[in-house]
Design a protein around this ligand. Sequence first.
Ligand SMILES: Cc1cc2nc3c(=O)[nH]c(=O)nc-3n(C[C@H](O)[C@H](O)[C@H](O)COP(=O)(O)OP(=O)(O)OC[C@H]3O[C@@H](n4cnc5c(N)ncnc54)[C@H](O)[C@@H]3O)c2cc1C
Length: 413
Amino acid sequence: MKQPIADVAVVGAGIIGTCIAERLQFEGKRVLLIDRQGPGEGCSKGNAGHFATDIILPLANFSTLLSVPRLLMDPTGPLTLRWRFLPQLFPWLMRFAWAAMPHKTAATIDALKRLNRPSIERFDALLKRTGLEHLMTQKGALTIYQKPESAVKNLAHLKKVSAHGVKVEHLTGDQIRELEPALTQDVAGGLYYPDTAHTINPYRLVTSLFESFIQAGGEFKKLQVEDFAFGEKGVELLTNGENIQAREVVIACGVYSKSLAKQLGYSVPLEAERGYNLTLPEPNVELNRPVTSFERSFVMTPMEDGLRLAGTVELASKDAEENWQRADILFEHASQILPGLNKSGATHWMGRRPSLPDSLPVIGRAPKHPQVIMAFGHQHLGLTQAAVTADLISELNNHRASKDLDAFAIERF
Ligand SMILES: Cc1cc2nc3c(=O)[nH]c(=O)nc-3n(C[C@H](O)[C@H](O)[C@H](O)COP(=O)(O)OP(=O)(O)OC[C@H]3O[C@@H](n4cnc5c(N)ncnc54)[C@H](O)[C@@H]3O)c2cc1C
């Protein structure tokens, strides 16, 4: 094996890999970031932009499980399963059901809190350090409901999350319209999370962090990594072009990390929870912060290039063709909440949330390959958890991992 050209090669330039690469480069390492596309072109490109520190209850929970059959009956609803992919997805679904058992969720909540709670403070520090603070807005977020009977479930949720330290208030419809005058008179109430934040452009966030990384001396190569070889000097990345030597490698390829992990002999139940967005460049209405509809399960986030409607889960193979109806239906929902909403010029997008069945990512060293660190599977919360993940990877890379990372270990599968 030749001399390593990098201390660390980070594979995957999504929000996770880019935050890790920027962080390690800032610490003085020689970092090479590799992606088969440009930075931020994967799932990190079109997400809802919400630093959702309030989401500390795992998606895999008992009440989600109970509502799955009803949700699946509605083809335009927030959750669909493309049935021909059921055999492929069955093992994931079984593990999801197991992770949703009440005795499993307490530990998952603790792990999610560890990743989510420091998120905004850590992003704030990162964005100030890189001069990008204008890309994050701290105005909180709302979850609204239109059916008065939804108050019961919202108040139960408030009780649960506030017991875990999430700052949240219940507001009446009028109080919500004071914060967001564009919302319909039908809004009956909702929950206000004052401590959350959003980015005005998730794609620009990744590409700007990437520029900071390059300016700090980081290097980028557009290559597809296909396998690894190991030697005394570190790891060799076998790619579709030149092969690369590095002392260590970080795998941060989102949902595509599954195949690279497999090359190393690790079987990980990582699947795509596909989500859609519809971005309205001239919405004709104004929101100030992310607003989630409780009954319709999607979020509307004001961004610099328009109003983004995002959400829904489509369980299918990651490479299955898109069903753009799932993006278009978001407009039907949003126009029931925002009178006068304008669709002209709308663009749609689909992204593959890299999801493990227990709603937690893999963060840690590969058990049989000390030169390999893994950072993938951040499901619905990759933006939220990226800066904190970069902290944890930095600790691992510097061999001073202070915190117990068992909850995120690949060995749990
Ligand atoms: C509709 C929707 C809304 C969302 N909203 C939010 C939100 O509001 N807040 C939040 O926190 N999260 C949200 N998410 C989730 C978030 O977007 C993801 O968790 C996050 O983008 C995952 O980032 P990543 O870096 O792991 O993966 P990606 O962004 O997918 O990046 C992986 C990169 O790896 C590269 N790659 C893959 N394989 C290889 C290979 N073999 N060699 C080289 N390169 C490779 C890809 O090209 C890609 O650039 C949302 C997701 C969706 C779909």
